[in-house]
Design a protein around this ligand. Structure first.
Ligand SMILES: [Zn+2]
Length: 643
């Protein structure tokens, strides 16, 4: 049939679809009067509430309980979570209609069309099935199936087969059926001989795994060696218009319903792992074809569920895959979790062990969010790094790595959610993460970590140079008196605005600009906050053998000189120095705001902060991100990073 109007496809498919038959393929329908009734698949139905009406030219279904209603297209879309084009393709295939819109467009048609490919694959599938049942030709494959304890029901459901130990068995079959070899060649089932004379079978003496599309129709095959001498261990048929490896999921048609119902897809890598899981009752498991989860996979799965759990048989493998998982997580709005099976077992072995299913379930339920997994690994890595600058570099690199994985491409609410999550996991503020996160990623571009430093005029590299002499003087003055007479910490001074200001408030480390002074304040501040006395010896001990030693000593001596005999004189000096310092702080902040405003800036268009600069900046303000500080948040226990 030739149709010129592609719009007619929809009508044609609609006409060709018997609604009772279609719905009857998905659930049990009983006739009731002129209608049919069944249990509604769209809610938890116990009294048949779904009515299918097909008389008087009608064709619709309606659920009297949940209100679900529609025609063949909406049924397929809702039941299989397909979009309209997919539902159209599904119904067209079912009715044996070739859609015009699916015909290759533009240019010369190359190779066999989809229908020819489908025919070749279907022929091959039944050939492999028959071979498996053949007393001699299927013996080795059956032995392997037995060894792996794959049940007959699974062999049937997954369409396992065998390729005989012959060079031209499938080729001859195609010949006997009068088929062109081209589609077989295009599908990667036959290969043309170099001589140009005839073809030979690609799969010989192998166990065959049928790779189906969303409806279970064969689109490709995986083939495992039966003889260890036959390299490689696994072979796949070629990519074709029907088969793209990076978006195909093994067992999808069998797992689909269960994935929708559980809201969770469990992804593993091997064919036999998928089968073992289904056999053990974990029917929401499917497999990638030897690749990591791709964004294409995620796009398929996000229509069915919200959470994708990736199964790995060891920390090592999980670690390698975590990056890819994050890339997917950033690309598609789906939660990606990482599940490490206990004792380095693969799913098959895990399920067969004692309490296998229970352990398996526990492992899956305990799957860790991919982002949390990555952060956890990062924290563990940090434990071995003792220097503050080393830790800082790692954090910087970590954020840059996330950027390289596409963190910067996140948009809107999703971005804020993930930033919040990351901030929580790292123990830093959302603003920090936002500023540190590289803005954009282009594929193929160098990693943000290697990007050039910002060109906009940021703060000078030597921050101390930017500190005015007056400010430094004021900072040192306050410190010197306090180091000499810590008891003065309980004084209340007057701030720049005339209001009372406590010493604790005044000495917040982030208010200090002189780097050395700030480091000393950091040592003193916890004691001030706790209202604890301290001695200069204590401070010196904590400073250790650094340059700060000299400064602490001279501040002490200065304090001694200023305070004189102590008493009220010292308190008076402190109040004066404190007010001066607070006034300078206010004045400089004002000046900086004016400067930023003149530079053309709303807050967001300020100088681009590299993670390094950001962390440096925050440190100068006395802020230590939890991930940098030691033992602030234990990666184990707490359970805070799980889920
Ligand atoms: Zn319903």
């Amino acid at each position: 049939m030739t149709r010129v109007n592609p719009e007619a496809d929809v009508d044609l498919v609609h006409e060709a679809t018997d609604l009772v038959q279609l719905i009857g393929e998905h659930l049990a329908l009983k006739p009731k009067g002129r209608e049919h009734i069944g249990l509604c698949p769209f809610h938890d139905d116990h009294t048949p509430s779904l009515t299918v009406v097909t008389h008087k030219g009608n064709g619709f279904y309606k659920c009297y309980a949940c209100g679900a209603a529609g025609d063949a297209f909406s049924f397929v879309m809702n039941y299989h979570k397909m979009d309209f084009p997919q539902a159209l393709a599904y119904l067209a295939d079912r009715a044996g209609i070739t859609l015009r819109r699916h015909a290759p467009t533009g240019g010369a048609r190359r190779g066999p069309d989809r229908a020819d490919l489908r025919q070749a694959l279907t022929d091959a599938a039944s050939f492999f099935r028959r071979t498996l049942e053949h007393p001699d030709a299927g013996r080795a494959a059956r032995r392997m199936i037995d060894e792996r304890r794959i049940s007959a029901a699974m062999v049937e459901a997954f369409g396992l087969g065998a390729a005989p130990d012959q060079w031209e068995a499938l080729h001859h079959l195609a010949g006997r059926r009068g088929r062109s070899v081209e589609p077989f060649v295009a599908a990667g089932l036959l290969k043309k001989r170099d001589s140009g004379q005839g073809c030979y079978d690609v799969f010989r003496n192998r166990l065959i795994f049928l790779i189906g599309d969303e409806m279970g129709r064969p689109v490709a095959f995986g083939a495992r060696q039966l003889d260890p001498a036959d390299e490689p261990k696994y072979l796949n048929t070629a990519e074709s218009p029907l088969f793209r490896k990076s978006r195909t999921l093994y067992g999808l048609h069998l797992a689909r319903r269960s994935i929708i119902e559980s809201g969770r897809a469990i992804v593993t890598e091997g064919y036999t792992d998928v089968i073992a899981c289904h056999q053990a009752g974990f029917t929401n498991v499917l497999g990638t074809l030897g690749t990591a989860l791709t964004a294409d996979h995620a796009r398929v799965l996000k229509r069915l569920c919200e959470t994708v759990v990736l199964l790995f048989d060891g920390d090592e493998a999980g670690q390698r895959a975590a990056d890819r998982a994050l890339e997917v997580l950033f690309a598609e709005p789906v939660d990606v979790k990482i599940c490490i099976l206990p004792d380095g077992l693969d799913p098959d072995d895990c399920l067969r062990g004692p309490d296998g299913p229970a352990r398996f379930r526990a492992a899956v339920d305990g799957a860790v969010d991919a982002l949390a997994y990555k952060v956890d690994r990062f924290r563990r890595e940090l434990r071995g790094v003792t220097s503050l600058s080393g830790r800082q570099r790692r954090l910087e690199q970590f954020l840059a790595d996330l950027g390289a994985l596409g963190f910067g491409t996140l948009q809107g609410v999703r971005k804020r959610l993930i930033i919040a999550q990351l901030a929580d996991l790292l123990g830093v503020s959302m603003r920090d993460v936002e500023q540190a996160a590289p803005r954009r990623r282009r594929s193929g571009a160098p990693k943000p970590a290697a990007a050039a430093p910002p060109t906009s005029p940021g703060p000078p590299d030597d921050e101390s140079a930017a500190v005015s002499a007056a400010r430094r003087r004021a900072e040192h003055d306050v410190l010197s008196i306090l180091i000499y007479q810590p008891a003065l910490r309980s004084q209340t001074v007057r701030g720049a605005d005339g209001r009372p200001l406590s010493i604790v408030e005044l000495l917040r480390p982030e208010r200090f600009r002189d780097h050395a002074a700030q480091q000393i304040v950091r040592i003193i501040f916890p004691r001030l906050e706790a209202d604890r006395d301290f001695t200069v010896q204590e401070i010196l001990a904590e400073v250790g053998a650094t340059d700060l030693r000299g400064l602490v000593s001279s501040l002490y001596l200065e304090g001694h000189a200023q305070a004189g005999a102590g008493g009220e004189a010292a308190a008076e000096r402190l109040r004066a120095a404190a007010t001066t310092l607070d006034r300078l702080i206010h004045r400089q902040r004002y000046q900086e705001e004016v400067l930023a405003f003149r530079r053309g800036g709303s807050e967001s268009s300020g100088p681009v902060m590299t993670p390094h600069r950001l962390i440096e900046e925050r440190r100068k303000q006395g802020y230590v991100p939890a991930a940098i500080g030691q033992g602030v948040r234990s990666p184990e226990g707490e359970g805070g990073f799980v889920q």
